[in-house]
Write a protein that binds this ligand. Sequence first.
Ligand SMILES: [Zn+2]
Length: 201
Amino acid sequence: MSDFKLVAVNCKNCDSGLVIEVNDNITYCTSCGSGFEIIESELKPIEINFAAAAIRSEGELIYKPFWLVKSHVEILERKASGAFIRNLFGGTDESSGDIVFYIPAFYCHLDSMKNLATQFTAKHPVASPQKYNAKLVGFAYGKEDAKKLSEFIFISLEAEKSDTMKTFKYNMQFNSLEILGIPFYKLSDGRLKDGILGIVI
Ligand SMILES: [Zn+2]
C-alpha cells in the first residue's frame, strides 16, 4: 500500500491538512480527533476513537480500523438456544438485546476477519475508547459491508452454537456505526498480532 496523498483536503473542524490514502473513504484528523466519511467529495462527520494496547509484543505498533456496529437484535423465532446469545445480550433477556459488533474495516483474509470479528464481538474488550494522535488508514470496507458482515457473524455464531437449530428468525436494527482503531504489532515474520486479545493474523 503506497502513501499516496490527495491534495488540499482540510479538516472541517480545525482546518489542518488531512492525509488520505488512495481508496480510503474515511479519514481521521490527528490534530483535533475528528473523523470524516468522504461521500461524493463531501466530509461527513463520523465518530473515530482508539483502543489502548493491553499486551506487549515485539514489533512496531500500528492501528487498524474496525467498524463498531452498535445494534439491537431481537430473536423472533428459534428452535434451539445457545449460551452465546445470552452472553452478548448481557444475560438479562434471552430474546432481545444490544450487541456491539467489531468488524474489521481493513483488508484481511476472510478467515482472519471472521476470527477477529467473532472473538472481539464475543469479548467486547474495549469499553472506553479514546482519542489518540495516531495514523489510521487502509479502509477497505464501508458501512453497508459492515452491516452485512455483522449479520454474517451473528448467524454463523448462532449456527455453530446450536447444532439442532432448525429455524432462526431475527430482526437486527443498526443504531450507529463508529470507527475504532485497534492496535496491532507488525511481527518480524510479516504477520500482525493485535494488542488487545493477542490474535495473530
Ligand atoms: Zn481537525
